[in-house]
Structure formats: C-alpha cells, structure tokens
Design a protein around this ligand. Structure first.
Ligand code: UD1
Ligand code: UDP
Length: 387
C-alpha cells in the first residue's frame, strides 16, 4: 500500500524549501501518494514559487486577507486544515516546514487529528522567544508536536537533544534550500537563453544588470521581519538612504516584500516610489526565485533580515549583513560570512561602508562556504520516510 504524504506550506520561503521535497516525493510515486496543500498565507509570492517549480496544489485554503493579524492567520490555518483532514483527505503523515504560522498551526491541526507530523528544517533556535518573533516560538511548538525531525545541521540536532527530543526521531539532512538553489543554478547554467530572459525580466521590473558590466557594484537588500516593524524599519531605511548618497557609484536594489508594514516606512523615508529616480537606488517588486538567485549571484553584498538568504548567500560566496540582533543560523556567522548588525543605523552604515571600502575585509567575508547542505537534503528525507 502506498503511503499518503501531505506536504503543507503557505509562504514564499516554505514553498522554495519544500519544492525539492515535493519533486522528490513525486518521483517515488510507486511508494508515495503525494498530496500538496497550500494555505495561501502568502498569495502572489507563493504563486510565483509554484509557477517556477511547476507545482499544482491539491488543496488551497487561500487564507490571505489584507491587514489580518497573527491570530487570524493561525485560526484560518487551524480550521482549514481540520476541514481537510475531516472531510477531504486523511494522510499517513503531514510534512510541515520551519517556523511560520502555517507550519505551526498545520502541525497542531494534524496533531488534533492524530496524524503524525514530520518537521522539515527542525531544531533551529535563538532561545529568545521575542526574536525572531513569532517564529522562534512557532518553531519550538512545532518541535514539540513533531514525530520526525529533519534537522539541517548537527547544531540544530543538538538543540533538539538538549530539549529532550528522542535522538532516534532526529535526522540530519542538510537544508532543502540548498537543493532548491542547486535546481535553479543548474537550470540557469545549462541555458544561456534562459539567463537572458531572466535578465530581461529583471529589467522590466526596474533594474538593468548591464549597469554592472563596467565593474559597478550592487548591494541587494531585503527586509520583512515583524520585530523590526516601526522604529527598526525607519532606521534601516535611513541607513540605506545615506549609504546610497555616500556611494553614488554603487547600486542599491531593494525587491520589496508585499507586506504593507514593510512598504509604509519605505514610502515615509523615500517618498512616492512610483516617481522615484534617484540614480543608484532601486525599489522593485518581489522577484521570482530564479531572478532573485540571479540577483544574488551578481550582487557584491547582501543586506537583509531574511532567514533563507543567510543560508543561500554563503554558498554563492556573498557577504551577508544581517539586520537582526539574533540568528538561529549560527553556522555562517561562525564561518565569518554573515555579520549581525541589528537595525542600528550606525552599525548598518559602518559595516556596509567597511565592506565597500576595505577589500581585505571583503575577501575575508566572501569565502564560499556551505554549512547548510550539499543539495541532497530532500533525497535523505525521502529515504528516511521510505524506511
Ligand atoms: C511570514 C512568516 C515569516 C516568514 C515570511 C517570509 C509568520 C508568522 N511569518 O511573514 O516567518 O519569514 O512570511 O516572507 O508566519 N502579502 C501580500 N502578498 C503576498 C505576501 C504577503 O499581499 O504574496 C501581504 C498581505 O497583506 C499579508 C501580509 O503581507 O497579510 C503579511 O503576510 P504574513 O504572512 O502575515 O507575514 P510575513 O511578514 O510575510
Ligand atoms: N526571495 C525571492 N524573491 C525576492 C526575495 C527573496 O525569491 O524578491 C527568496 C530568497 O532567495 C529566499 C527566500 O525568498 O529563498 C526568503 O524568503 P523571505 O526572506 O521572505 O523569508 P525568510 O527566509 O526570512 O523566512
């Protein structure tokens, strides 16, 4: 009898990181029946990823509403998943990913329905429940519920062991984000026409990569963390504004997250973005994954508060300046390619300036390292599920 595996995700990063797992499961269709449920916690940013990886959901809760809070998201996921388990599909196991509200509340719904839970990207910890907020607690709660823990690194395994999780239920697999990265890099390397098409797409979005052909540098920026909303984001925006004025020969490109809380401070500091032409400052819509990986590979420095980018960029040999006070991904910090600066204006400006001015410092942070996996994490997860 085939085992029915339900993979649940809802936001951009979960989709990117679960896509290789879905693909690997679908290849083993003699052993598994794969059911894909998306919550639609993100809508446009999720759909971008579904398109790139050609994934067609079996169920879509379509929960995104503008202005909804964490309780709204959580209730909609919990009730929507309950209805699927009761009325539409009862899988043998549910796989959830990481630290989002989708993953935690889909995990709780599965637990209430007495369905075993596998947690992909398990065991990352800051041990500070307010940072990242609410993700640290989301991940801890999912870790209490899960029956199988797919930990990306040995330190994430250790975190789980220290919390009393049974060692036999923890498997070190690497992070599936590296599988996703390999899939898209391979696709681009084998197809120059595709790269030209991607570059044209980026140009249509508002940034022309040809600007970099004469040695000009580009700083790629993203930001969306809830704990940075308000003062934190204003300080980030002021730092970007002043850096762009100080370094007129460097481009600063910010593909903006669709969360309105991210866009408000950007508008407050930079004015009406529609009419913005500051020469070296580019605010663009969120890029689809292939285009974003292309932008990362062409960037000089990445300035971000993202989790996934802290895992991808070191593999591409790009220094990452992280606008957070804590990270649940200490491996790249220890290796020296990721630096935590928080949202402090002075620290952001001085760290980016040092990297732009001091080539020795730049070299020491731009060594390509890959603590997060070898691109075979999904294969390992499927092997463990088979057993
Ligand atoms: C969520 C996750 C966070 C993850 C991030 C990745 C939680 C609590 N947070 O945060 O862990 O790092 O996604 O990006 O689960 N929106 C759109 N279209 C989209 C996506 C978002 O319009 O495609 C807008 C909507 O108004 C939405 C809002 O952004 O309500 C916020 O989205 P939400 O999923 O609540 O939070 P994120 O900050 O994206
Ligand atoms: N990403 C993307 N387009 C963008 C910005 C980011 O495809 O415009 C990708 C990025 O490569 C990474 C993931 O989205 O794989 C990170 O998502 P996000 O920063 O939203 O969430 P986090 O990783 O912080 O949970």
């Amino acid at each position: 009898m085939k085992k029915k595996i339900m993979v649940v995700f809802g936001t951009r990063p979960e989709a990117i990181k679960m896509a290789p797992v879905v693909k690997a499961l679908q290849k083993c269709d003699d052993k598994f029946e794969t059911v894909i449920t998306v919550t639609g916690q993100h809508r446009e940013m999720l759909d971008q990823v579904l398109d790139i990886f050609d994934i067609k959901p079996d169920f879509d809760l379509n929960i995104m509403r503008s202005g909804q809070d964490l309780t709204d998201v959580s209730c909609r996921v919990l009730q929507g998943m309950r209805d699927i388990f009761v009325n539409k599909c009862r899988p043998d196991i549910v796989l959830v990913h990481g630290d989002t509200s989708t993953s935690t509340f889909a995990g709780i719904a599965a637990f209430y329905a007495n369905i075993p839970v596998g947690h992909v990207e398990a065991g990352l910890r800051t041990h500070n429940k307010l940072s990242p907020w609410p993700e640290e607690m989301n991940r801890q709660i999912t870790g209490r519920i899960a029956d199988f823990h797919f930990a990306p690194t040995s330190s994430s395994r250790l975190n789980l062991l220290n919390e009393g999780v049974d060692g036999d239920s923890i498997f070190i697999t690497g992070n599936t984000v590296i599988d996703a990265l390999h899939i898209v890099v391979d696709r681009m390397e084998s197809n120059p026409e595709l790269v030209a098409e991607i570059d044209n797409g980026i140009k249509r979005m508002g940034y022309n990569l040809e600007r970099l052909s004469n040695g000009r540098k580009m700083v790629l920026i993203t930001g969306h963390r809830r704990e940075n909303f308000g003062e934190g984001f204003l300080s980030i925006c002021k730092a970007i504004k002043d850096l762009a004025e100080k370094y007129r020969d460097v481009d600063f490109v910010y593909p903006m997250h669709l969360n309105p809380n991210v866009r408000k401070p950007i508008q407050a500091i930079f004015g009406n973005l529609d009419n913005k032409d500051d020469g070296n400052l580019f605010f663009i819509e969120p890029l689809e994954y292939l285009a974003f990986v292309r932008m990362m590979s062409k960037s000089y420095i990445i300035l971000t508060d993202s989790g996934g980018i802290q895992e991808e960029a070191p593999g591409l040999g790009k220094p990452v300046v992280v606008m957070r006070d804590t990270t649940e991904r200490p491996e790249a910090v220890e290796a020296g390619t990721v630096k935590l600066v928080g949202t402090d204006y002075d620290k952001i400006v001085s760290t980016v300036s040092t990297l732009l001015d001091d080539s020795n410092m730049y070299k020491s942070m731009s060594n390509a390292i890959n603590p997060y996996g070898d691109g075979n994490a999904s294969k390992r997860i499927i092997e463990i599920l088979s057993e």
